[in-house]
Design a protein around this ligand. Sequence first.
Ligand SMILES: [Zn+2]
Length: 137
Amino acid sequence: MKDYPKPLPDINGDNKEFWSGCKAHELRFQKCRDCGHVRWPPSIICPACHSRETEWIISSGRGTVYSFVIYHVAFHEGFREEVPYIVADVELEEGPRLLTNIVECPHENIACDMPVRVVWEDVTEEFSLPKFRPILP
Ligand SMILES: [Zn+2]
């Protein structure tokens, strides 16, 4: 766990709350206090109405696969052992779309609109990454 071979997030003032949430196994997103838009990535102003009034909410962690690809080429040395793997855009119930991995899913089963829920990968002392697995019927 100490020598994690893949890139890790760069923490800044905007995304600190998101990554702190991940460490606590909570998906936290900014919600505009004026228009209610829930956004990702984090930003100072609401992209829908330009308000600066923001609160952080905790997502249910449930969503659907909006789009996906299966990577067969490792574009970074750290992923060499992992190919092929699924990269997906998951649309959360609250609205934001998160670029992530689908895990615990046979590759022939992946499909758009598939219901998924968050699972956590504790990769270092500081970071837990949100990934998603199918919600079984
Ligand atoms: Zn707004």
